[in-house]
Design a protein around this ligand. Structure first.
Ligand SMILES: *[C@@H]1O[C@H](CO)[C@@H](O)[C@H](O)[C@H]1NC(C)=O
Ligand SMILES: *[C@@H]1O[C@H](CO)[C@@H](O)[C@H](O)[C@H]1NC(C)=O
Ligand SMILES: *[C@@H]1O[C@H](CO)[C@@H](O)[C@H](O)[C@H]1NC(C)=O
Ligand SMILES: *[C@@H]1O[C@H](CO)[C@@H](O)[C@H](O)[C@H]1NC(C)=O
Ligand SMILES: *[C@@H]1O[C@H](CO)[C@@H](O)[C@H](O)[C@H]1NC(C)=O
Ligand SMILES: *[C@@H]1O[C@H](CO)[C@@H](O)[C@H](O)[C@H]1NC(C)=O
Ligand SMILES: *[C@@H]1O[C@H](CO)[C@@H](O)[C@H](O)[C@H]1NC(C)=O
Ligand SMILES: *[C@@H]1O[C@H](CO)[C@@H](O)[C@H](O)[C@H]1NC(C)=O
Ligand SMILES: *[C@@H]1O[C@H](CO)[C@@H](O)[C@H](O)[C@H]1NC(C)=O
Ligand SMILES: *[C@@H]1O[C@H](CO)[C@@H](O)[C@H](O)[C@H]1NC(C)=O
Ligand SMILES: *[C@@H]1O[C@H](CO)[C@@H](O)[C@H](O)[C@H]1NC(C)=O
Ligand SMILES: *[C@@H]1O[C@H](CO)[C@@H](O)[C@H](O)[C@H]1NC(C)=O
Length: 477
C-alpha cells in the first residue's frame, strides 16, 4: 500500500514538472477555505454577486480574488476591490484567520459604519493593505503600526488618528513605499522619522499643521507628493538641489502655506510632469529655470502674488497642456512661445496685468482659453475664431477692439463665449443665434450696434445671455 502511494506521489510530481500543475488544484487548507466562506456569509446574499465562485466544492485557490502560494497553497492574496460588498465588517471577521496574507485589498466596498478592527494589526505578513473608499469610520487603530512589512498602505475618507498615532505609524513602518491617507483627519505635524523608501505620499486634506520636514524633498525615490488642502501646513522648499530632483514626477500643493518665493532649485526637477502650487501665498517672480522643465504637462501657479513678466526665450515645452497662472500680478506681453505650444489645451492667464496683443495660435489644440481681466488690446485673433475644438473662450474685461467676425460660428463645440467689457464694435454676427451648443453668451459693455434679430436663440440651449451696455436696438428674445 505504502509502495503504491509512493509511486503515485512520484508520478504526481513528475506531472507537475511537466507543467500540468497549474491546471491541477492547489491545496487550499480547509481552515482557510472555511474562513473565507464564513467571511462571505457575513454579507447578505444580494451584496456579493462577485463571490458566487466561492463554493466549497471548488478549491479555494481558484475562487475569484483569491491567490495562493503555489507551493504551500496558503492564501496569500485577497483582492476584493469593488466587489460590491455591503454590510458591517466585524472585528470577529474570519478574515483575520488568514495569517499568511501578504496583500489585502478591500477598497471600494461599502462597510458603512464599520470600525477598522485592531485585528488588522495581527496580519503581520502584509506588505499591501488597502482599506480606502470602503466607508470605514472612526479611529485608525494604533495596531496598524505593527504591520512593519507594509510597502503600501491606503486608508481613506471619514477616519482619524489619535494624537501621536500618525507619528508612530510613520516611525514603525520602515519599509513603506506608498502612503495614501487622503481625507483622513490626521491633525498632526509630519514627524522627521519616516521610511527612506517612500515613493508616494498622498496626504490631501488631512489637517496637517506645522513645518513640513525638508527631508521629504530629499527622499531620493520620491515620485508623487500630494499635500493639498492643508492650510496650516507650512512648506519651505529647499534652495539647493533636491535629492528627489531626478525622481519627482508630481508635486501638488493647493491651499497650503508656502509663503515666499519659488526657489530656482525647481529647475533641477527634470522629471516633473505636473506642478500645482495654487492659493499658497507665493510672491516674487516665477524663476527662470522653471521654464526649462521640458517634461512638464501641467503647470498650475494660480491665486498667489506672483509678479513680473513671463520670459520670452523659452523653448522645448512640447508636453505642456495646461498652463494656469490666473489671479496673480504677472505683467508684460504674453510671449509668442505660448501661442506656439503644440499640446496646449487649457490656457488660463486671467486676472493678471498682461498687456499687448493676443497673437495668432499656431496649433488647433485648445479647448479652453481664458485671458479675461487683463489689459490686452487689438483684435481677437482669427485663429481663435476658427479653432474647432474650443469649448470655452473668455476674453472679457480687456481693451480688445475690432469686429466679431462671423467665422466665430465655426466654433461648433463652443459652450461659453464671454467677450464682455471690451471695445468691440460692429454688429453681432447673425449666425451666433444659431450656435446649437452655446450655454453662456456675454457681449455686454462693448460698442456693438445694430438690431438684435428676433430669430436669435431659436433652437439652442442658451442659459445666460448678456447684451447690455452696447448700442443695440431691438429686444433680447
Ligand atoms: C457549488 O457548485 C456545485 C457544482 O458546480 C453546484 O451544484 C452548487 O449549486 C454550488 N453551490 C453554491 C452554493 O453555489
Ligand atoms: C460577530 O459579531 C457580531 C456583532 O458583534 C455578531 O452579530 C456576529 O454574530 C458575530 N459573528 C460570529 C461569527 O461570531
Ligand atoms: C458610503 O456611504 C455613503 C453614505 O451612506 C454613500 O453615499 C456612499 O456611496 C458609500 N460609499 C460606497 C463606496 O458605497
Ligand atoms: C452603503 O451602506 C449603507 C448602510 O448599509 C447604506 O445606507 C448606503 O445606501 C450604502 N451606499 C450605497 C452607495 O450603496
Ligand atoms: C512598532 O514595531 C515594533 C517592532 O517592529 C513593535 O514591537 C511595536 O509594538 C510597534 N509599535 C506599535 C505601536 O505598533
Ligand atoms: C480633526 O480632529 C481633531 C482632533 O483630533 C478635531 O479637533 C478636529 O475638529 C477634527 N477636524 C475635522 C475637520 O473633523
Ligand atoms: C527613527 O526610528 C527608528 C526606529 O524606530 C529609530 O531607530 C531612530 O532612532 C529614530 N530616529 C529619530 C531621529 O527619531
Ligand atoms: C542626498 O543624497 C546624498 C547621497 O545619497 C546624501 O549623502 C545626502 O545626505 C542627501 N541629502 C539630504 C539632504 O538628504
Ligand atoms: C504661513 O507661514 C508664515 C511663515 O512662513 C507664517 O508667518 C504665517 O502665519 C503662516 N500662516 C498660516 C495661516 O499658518
Ligand atoms: C535652460 O536649458 C538650456 C539648455 O537646455 C540651458 O542652456 C540654459 O542655461 C537653461 N537655463 C536655465 C535658467 O537653467
Ligand atoms: C511689471 O511689474 C513689475 C513689478 O511687479 C514692474 O517693475 C515692471 O515695470 C512691470 N512691467 C511692465 C511692463 O509693466
Ligand atoms: C433675422 O435672421 C433671419 C435668418 O437668420 C434673416 O432672414 C432676417 O433677415 C434677419 N432679420 C434682420 C432684421 O436682420
Amino acid at each position: 500500500m505504502g509502495y503504491v502511494k509512493l509511486v503515485f506521489l512520484m508520478l504526481f510530481s513528475l506531472l507537475c514538472q511537466l507543467a500540468f500543475c497549474s491546471s491541477l488544484p492547489h491545496l487550499c487548507p480547509k481552515d482557510q477555505a472555511l474562513a473565507l466562506l464564513q467571511f462571505k456569509q457575513m454579507f447578505p446574499k444580494y451584496a456579493y454577486s462577485k463571490l458566487l465562485s466561492w463554493n466549497k466544492s471548488i478549491d479555494c485557490c481558484s475562487w475569484d480574488g483569491v491567490h495562493c502560494n503555489e507551493a504551500t497553497g496558503q492564501v496569500i492574496e485577497l483582492n476584493l476591490a469593488s466587489y460590491g460588498l455591503q454590510g458591517k465588517f466585524h472585528s470577529n471577521s474570519s478574515l483575520f484567520k488568514l495569517s499568511n496574507l501578504k496583500r489585502l485589498d478591500l477598497s471600494e466596498n461599502n462597510f458603512s459604519g464599520s470600525y477598522i478592527s485592531p485585528k488588522f494589526g495581527e496580519l503581520s505578513s502584509l506588505t499591501h493593505l488597502d482599506l480606502s473608499y470602503s466607508n470605514f469610520t472612526g479611529l485608525i487603530p494604533v495596531e496598524i503600526s505593527r504591520l512593519s512589512k507594509l510597502h503600501v498602505l491606503r486608508i481613506g475618507s471619514d477616519l482619524r488618528f489619535k494624537p501621536q498615532n500618525f507619528e508612530l505609524l510613520l516611525k514603525n513602518l520602515t519599509q513603506l513605499r506608498e502612503l495614501h491617507l487622503d481625507h483622513v483627519n490626521i491633525s498632526s505635524t509630519i514627524p522627521l522619522n519616516f521610511s527612506s523608501h517612500l515613493t508616494t505620499l498622498h496626504l490631501d486634506d488631512t489637517q496637517l499643521y506645522g513645518i513640513l520636514p525638508e527631508r521629504i524633498f530629499h527622499l531620493s525615490n520620491l515620485q508623487f507628493l500630494y499635500l493639498s488642502f492643508n492650510p496650516q501646513l507650512n512648506v519651505k522648499f529647499p534652495t539647493t538641489k533636491w535629492n528627489s530632483s531626478a525622481s519627482l514626477q508630481m508635486l501638488h500643493l493647493y491651499g497650503v502655506n508656502a509663503t515666499g518665493r519659488i526657489p530656482e532649485s525647481f529647475g533641477h526637477l527634470t522629471s516633473l510632469g505636473g506642478l500645482t502650487i495654487v492659493s499658497c501665498n507665493l510672491s516674487g517672480s516665477i524663476p527662470k529655470p522653471l521654464w526649462n522643465l521640458t517634461n512638464i504637462g501641467i503647470l498650475y501657479l494660480g491665486d498667489s502674488h506672483l509678479e513680473g513678466p513671463i520670459p520670452s526665450n523659452v523653448s522645448g515645452m512640447q508636453y505642456l497642456h495646461t498652463l494656469y497662472l490666473s489671479s496673480n500680478h504677472l505683467n508684460g506681453t504674453i510671449p509668442s512661445w505660448i501661442f506656439s505650444l503644440p499640446s496646449l489645451w487649457n490656457l488660463d492667464l486671467s486676472d493678471n496685468h498682461f498687456s499687448g496683443n493676443i497673437q495668432e495660435f499656431k496649433y488647433k489644440t485648445l479647448v479652453r482659453v481664458s485671458l479675461k481681466q487683463n489689459q490686452l488690446q487689438g483684435p481677437i485673433p482669427k485663429s481663435l475664431l476658427n479653432h474647432h475644438p474650443l469649448w470655452f473662450l473668455l476674453l472679457s474685461h480687456n481693451n480688445l477692439s475690432g469686429e466679431i467676425a462671423s467665422t466665430i460660428c465655426n466654433l461648433k463645440t463652443l459652450r461659453v463665449l464671454d467677450l464682455g467689457s471690451n471695445n468691440l464694435e460692429g454688429t453681432i454676427p447673425l449666425c451666433l443665434g444659431e450656435m446649437s451648443g452655446l450655454v453662456i453668451l456675454d457681449l455686454s459693455n462693448n460698442s456693438l450696434s445694430g438690431t438684435i434679430n428676433t430669430t436669435f436663440n431659436i433652437g439652442n440651449v442658451l442659459e445666460v445671455i448678456t447684451f447690455n451696455g452696447n448700442k443695440l436696438e431691438g429686444k433680447v428674445p
